[in-house]
Design a binder for this molecule. Structure first.
Ligand code: MF3
Ligand code: CO
Ligand code: CO
Length: 247
């Protein structure tokens, strides 16, 4: 079932999404080589709770942390651990925060120190995939135009688009309908409606699109061990465009 949000609900979404954005800014200012991914998670927990919000991922289907911290070959859902972040890593931090019953969800991939040109390009193209996807996006546009735009840009750059995980609607629940794939056929799928709030989150691999699911039940890695990047925002669909709530 697809929830179209009322103006009051959208106000509450704006607040949760603002907290997510600020938390990611705070992480961006503080993340550095030598830290463990668990220390990054502590920054996230501290910032979100200081805003009177709740880290939605904590306890979600048993997930043990406030953020997903995914280094290099980890695509998404990296569980914060004693893994030390080193110079040259790319580290995606994905967070969801709930306040007043509504969720915001966003992810950034941070460059740590002296990152290779090829990894920098991967991160840049992944962000571009998101912005290509929202070009011309508004009520009435078919859902799969989003994935078509992401896939076209990623594959034109020689990258693999992760298929096994997708974006999603968001609101009272972290994951609501519809699923928002990063691949697809132009013109296909339902037509977007004003008031829908969705997460568009390209997960782009330097090599194969194929991924492995770790026995820990969460960590997703690239099948070939090459790096992957992730960029996500919560987006409000309007009659005449979109509003990026987590920017
Ligand atoms: N934030 C992730 C997403 O973009 C979901 C993480 S679920 C967790 O959909 F439990 F792993 F945190
Ligand atoms: Co997320
Ligand atoms: Co998401």
């Amino acid at each position: 079932m697809i929830n179209v949000k009322t103006p009051d609900e959208i106000e509450l979404m704006r607040e949760s999404c603002r907290i997510v954005k600020e938390t990611l800014d705070f992480v961006g200012k503080n993340i550095r080589a030598g830290m463990t991914t668990k220390e990054v998670d502590e920054l996230v927990y501290r910032y979100i709770t200081s805003c009177g919000a709740i880290p939605s991922s904590l306890g979600y289907c048993g997930y043990p942390a406030s953020s997903c911290v995914s280094v290099n070959e980890v695509v998404v859902h990296g569980i914060p651990s004693d893994r030390i972040i080193v110079d040259g890593d790319i580290v995606s931090v994905d967070i969801t925060a709930e306040k007043n019953g509504f969720n915001g969800d966003a992810a950034r991939t941070f460059l740590i120190g002296d990152v290779s040109e090829e990894k920098k390009r991967l991160v840049k193209v992944t962000e571009e995939c998101f912005f290509k996807a929202i070009e011309g996006l508004q009520a009435g546009v078919p859902l799969y135009d989003i994935g078509y735009a992401v896939q076209t840009h990623a594959e034109a750059n020689g990258y693999g688009v992760v298929r096994a995980l997708v974006g999603h609607g968001i609101g009272r629940e972290m994951h609501e309908d519809p699923s928002v794939p990063n691949y697809g056929k132009k013109g296909a799928g339902m037509r977007l409606k004003a008031g829908m709030t969705i997460c568009i989150e390209p997960m782009i691999n330097m090599g194969t699109y194929k991924v492995d699911f770790n026995r820990d039940g969460w960590t997703v890695t690239t099948a070939d061990g090459k790096p992957s990047a992730h960029y996500e925002n919560t987006v409000l669909i309007k009659e005449d465009g979109v509003e990026i709530l987590t920017l």
